[in-house]
Ligand binder design. Structure first.
Ligand code: UD1
Length: 366
């Protein structure tokens, strides 16, 4: 008997998490796996291009919810996904990944329809409820049947919240599976050359957190820091749509464009982006996934946030949390070679999808 499994893909950081799992499950006779794209991210360079890089098929179902307020997004996703479960295809297992609005929305739909639901990347906590993602993490973990974690700190968080051991399984970090799956393509991509950065030292910048980009004063402080540091090392900045909107709204965009050492580009797909990251001297970001990828690749990462839900990237990896004003001093240190190399955390080994596949097989057969 073939079991139906739904995988939810919603926003850019989800796609690298579902791809290895889709490939591991799609090759199996005992299950039928479908991708449900909620449409939270919809631009080609935030979605379709990344699907293509990750060798994912067209989503089996597309909910097309688009942007909106948090409540609008969550509400629209819940209604559309519930319709699929009730009227088109009820899954035997739903897998949600990460911490975006669609993760919590679809988990709620499944839990209320008594569909078993697993959360991949469970247990991460920043302790900061001002982040929408923290709310999504708490809600999702509270109602999921299976909590698949990437690291020991995540296990501890879940235990401290009273989740029984029987629900928690440490599976490792699925992001590394995507990297390993595509590492040959990433090596062949030579993205730095495409941006005129061949044989040059450079840093890569990404910023999109509302706490950094929505407030004009904070945004201006960060941009001033980037401009200052771009005089020491060229910076290539892949500008997220939310960030671009803010930069234009607060009249910062034109000034940035005139700086030859700060290369502004549109968001780019997974393979070229990882090709840029892989050869970079340093990364400046507020992303969650990039904190992990830089730890895996042993590249110094300066994270412009007060906290992280991924503390292992600090204790074992190359990550450093910074206030925007402290950027310059740390960039100097890195350029002088004064930074601490990390180690790869346990089970960040490219085999997480296979471990999960075996766990799911066990669930259906025991
Ligand atoms: C979402 C996730 C965040 C994740 C991030 C990665 C939540 C609460 N936030 O934030 O956890 O780190 O994705 O990018 O789920 N937009 C476009 N084109 C797109 C996508 C978005 O123009 O393809 C615009 C939206 O219309 C909106 C803004 O960008 O104005 C923000 O998009 P949204 O999906 O609401 O949140 P993100 O900031 O991307």
């Amino acid at each position: 008997m073939s079991h139906n499994i739904h995988l939810i893909a919603a926003a850019r950081p989800n796609f690298m998490k579902i791809a290895p799992l889709y490939h591991a499950l799609n090759s199996q006779q005992w299950c039928k796996v479908s991708i449900i794209h909620t449409g939270q991210h919809y631009d080609a360079n935030m979605s379709d291009d990344i699907f293509a890089d990750l060798m994912l098929p067209e989503p089996h179902f597309h909910l097309g919810v688009g942007g909106g307020t948090h409540a609008e997004q969550v509400g629209k996703v819940m209604m559309a996904y519930e319709d699929i479960c009730l009227n088109i295809e009820r899954p035997d297992l739903l897998i949600v990944v990460g911490d975006v609005n669609s993760t919590a929305a679809c988990a709620q739909v499944a839990a209320k329809l008594h569909i078993k639901v697993a959360h991949l990347e469970a247990g991460l906590r920043s302790g900061d409820r001002l982040m929408p993602e923290e709310i999504n993490r708490l809600v999702t973990d509270a109602i999921c049947d299976y909590l698949w974690t990437p690291s020991p700190d995540a296990d501890e968080n879940l235990k401290n919240e009273g989740h029984p051991d029987s629900r928690i399984i440490r599976v490792g970090n699925i992001m590394m599976d995507s990297y390993e799956l595509l590492s040959a393509k990433i090596d062949d991509e030579h993205a730095p050359a495409k941006y005129g950065l061949e044989n040059e030292d450079y840093g890569v910048v990404t910023l999109h957190r509302p706490s950094n980009v929505d407030d004009p004063e904070i945004l201006k402080t960060i941009m001033d820091g980037l401009v200052e540091n771009s005089q020491k090392i060229k910076l290539i900045f892949a500008v997220h749509p939310r960030t671009r909107k803010s930069l234009e709204q607060y009249n910062l965009w034109n000034e940035l464009q005139n700086n030859k050492n700060l290369i502004l580009i549109e968001p780019i797909s997974y393979v070229p982006f990882m090709s840029l990251v892989k050869s970079a001297k340093l990364i400046i970001t507020d992303s969650g996934g990039i904190q992990e990828e830089t730890t895996y690749l042993d590249i110094p990462c300066l994270t412009l946030r007060d906290n992280t839900e991924r503390p292992i990237t600090i204790t074992e990896g190359t990550n450093k949390l910074l206030k925007p004003g402290a950027l310059s001093g740390y960039v100097d240190q890195i350029l002088e070679g004064d930074w601490v190399h990390g180690t790869k955390p346990e089970n960040w080994d490219g085999k997480t999808a296979i471990r999960i596949r075996d766990i799911i097989y066990g669930l259906f057969n025991n």
